[in-house]
Design a protein around this ligand. Structure first.
Ligand SMILES: Cc1cc2nc3c(=O)[nH]c(=O)nc-3n(C[C@H](O)[C@H](O)[C@H](O)COP(=O)(O)OP(=O)(O)OC[C@H]3O[C@@H](n4cnc5c(N)ncnc54)[C@H](O)[C@@H]3O)c2cc1C
Length: 512
């Protein structure tokens, strides 16, 4: 492992080697560039890297990794760096040179229209992929996030990102990767290891240990391409939604969702959003006062003016025609009617309501900037995701949701929450929003995040990913054997510890 990793002399030597390998046009050190790459929306100071480099091919990535090994320089790879609310483009530790793959390696390398498979470089974005699929006649769709359309399809999958259609699990939809390991060697996973491979991006688990998973939420290598499976686009997509009045309705709603998802009757993930998740996607805080969260009365007024309740749940059906789908909508309406409360919102009504149209876009594989408006809820642009997974259990959902509201209000912040509901488990996304330019608010956001993490640990619940500044903390909550195993793998694949030391709490001793 590296010690005393970065001195200015080491970095300068590294950058000289990189300039020779990839050309000086692709090595940027200006204050404007490094400050831009160091910016985050997280609590605490930004972390500008010493330089940003832009490789244009896998050979150039190999050359960069070899130079990093020879000079002991830590590097931090990003695809498009749209990791907003988790660290954006900034490296996880000090003095890590950012390797921006997306700027030049942004090609769709192959499109197999028979099999519905694309092979992409790191810079291919959701918007680019969506537009290409439309250009080719719209036979296929890609599952998108409700985050930035400029986000990388590959970068998101490597961070265990997810969406909302039956193809929501983005890593699950990858098949076969090419990786430059931390020691500079090139690995093709799965059937790609066979010289004459014809099924690299078709046979998921292939022969021998399944290696692809090692490169997700880790720092063992730089992924330079991967295969992705595409969903055939259904002729008709119709959403449905129900809105419920009371904060405490959340437990009963989850209990109603579970059988719909377990049986597979509803094919999409079901988005269960609270009032402020939807309203903050609409416009700025109506009455922002630093250090104070909206009162319940103010929140009720907002609900009334936008015609939504405390919780709104939605999903979608796919089919050959509206006539084929309507009976399914009738069944889901009858199912929720069993709760004795809740107002039905039709697809057509949702399309007219900006608060709900983004959900319809997500179920349809259409990138949207809608939820990005949350960044402007308060001035000062602070945003952090807290992402616990919660079993689809009525009581646990109710108790943990109450706790989240209590903690955030105690820190003068609003409670924004979306449960992305699967059959047994929901990702409970919290977006903490605050004014980063006010020191007290920035501290409050940090304390609120830590209080949420402590409370959910007590519930026995762990996050699915985390902002870079909390990655080591979340790793420390797991048993020591997990970290030990991760470190042992790091020692083999990246013995100098040059790739993103400290990412997900792995290789952190390299950064002291
Ligand atoms: C309002 C809002 C809504 C959001 N909704 C969603 C959502 O619905 N679903 C969701 O998943 N996310 C969501 N996000 C989070 C985030 O914006 C996305 O995950 C975004 O797509 C990540 O950026 P990227 O794809 O450009 O990946 P990057 O930032 O490039 O990559 C993510 C991380 O993976 C690592 N990495 C990237 N590429 C490589 C590589 N080639 N080799 C090795 N390591 C690599 C890097 O360390 C990087 O930090 C949302 C964010 C906001 C602000």
């Amino acid at each position: 492992m590296l010690n005393n990793v970065d001195t200015p002399i080491q970095t300068a030597h590294f950058l000289d080697m990189v300039r020779r390998a990839i050309g000086s046009d692709w090595v940027h050190t200006s204050a404007t560039t490094v400050n831009r790459y160091g910016e985050t929306t997280l609590p605490g100071a930004d972390n500008p890297p010493p330089a940003v480099i832009y490789p244009g091919s896998v050979d150039e990535v190999v050359a960069i990794v070899i130079a990093a090994n020879q000079t002991g320089t830590p590097i931090f790879p990003i695809s498009n760096g749209n990791n907003i609310s988790q660290g954006s483009r900034a490296p996880v530790g000090p003095n890590q040179v950012v390797v921006d793959l997306g700027r030049r390696m942004n090609r769709i390398l192959d499109f197999n229209e028979d099999m519905g498979i694309v092979t992409v470089e790191p810079g291919v974005s959701y918007q680019q992929m969506h537009d290409e699929l439309a250009r080719r006649g719209g036979r296929f769709m890609i599952d998108v996030t409700s985050g930035p359309p400029a986000g990388s399809v590959l970068g998101n999958a490597l961070d265990k990102g997810a969406g909302y259609t039956p193809y929501a699990d983005h890593f699950a939809m990858t098949c076969g990767m090419e990786i430059v390991l931390g020691n500079g060697e090139l690995l093709r996973t799965g059937d790609g290891a066979l010289e004459s491979a014809r099924s690299w991006h078709m046979s998921k688990y292939s022969y021998g240990p399944y290696l692809d998973g090692l490169f997700v939420q880790s720092n063992y290598g730089i992924v330079t391409q991967a295969g992705f499976w595409l969903m055939p686009k259904p002729p008709v997509i119709r959403s449905f939604a129900f809105t419920f009045e009371e904060d405490d309705d959340v437990g009963d709603i989850v209990a109603a969702i579970r059988p719909l998802r377990m049986s597979g009757f509803v094919p999409t993930m079901m988005r269960l959003c609270n009032d402020l998740w939807l309203l903050a996607s609409e416009g700025p805080h109506p009455n922002y006062v630093s250090g104070r969260s909206l009162t319940d009365d103010e929140r009720r007024d907002l609900q009334r003016s936008h015609n939504i309740g405390s919780w709104t749940v939605s999903g979608a059906f796919y089919g050959g025609s509206e006539e084929a789908i309507n009976p399914m909508i009738d069944r889901v309406r009858a199912h929720f009617a069993g709760l004795g409360r809740g107002r039905y919102i039709s697809h057509d009504e949702a399309m007219e309501a900006p608060t709900l149209a983004s959900a319809v876009a997500a179920y349809s594989g259409v990138p949207s900037v809608h939820e990005m408006k949350q960044l402007a809820w308060r001035p000062g642009g602070g945003m952090a995701s807290f992402t616990p997974g919660v079993p689809m259990d009525r009581d646990l959902i109710l108790r943990s949701s109450r706790k989240s509201r209590e903690i955030l209000q105690a820190h003068g912040l609003e409670y924004l929450k979306m449960y992305v509901c699967g059959p047994r488990f929901a990702r409970g996304l919290h977006h903490l929003l605050w004014n980063r330019t006010i020191k007290d608010e920035d501290c409050a956001a940090d304390q609120a995040y830590k209080a949420l993490a402590a409370a959910y640990t007590e519930f026995g619940l762990q996050v699915g990913r985390s902002p870079i500044r909390y990655q080591d903390f979340h790793m420390s909550l797991l048993g020591a054997m997990t970290r030990k195993t991760c470190e042992a793998i790091k020692d083999v694949l990246d013995p100098q510890g040059i790739i993103a030391p400290g990412r997900y709490g792995i290789g952190r001793e390299a950064i002291g």
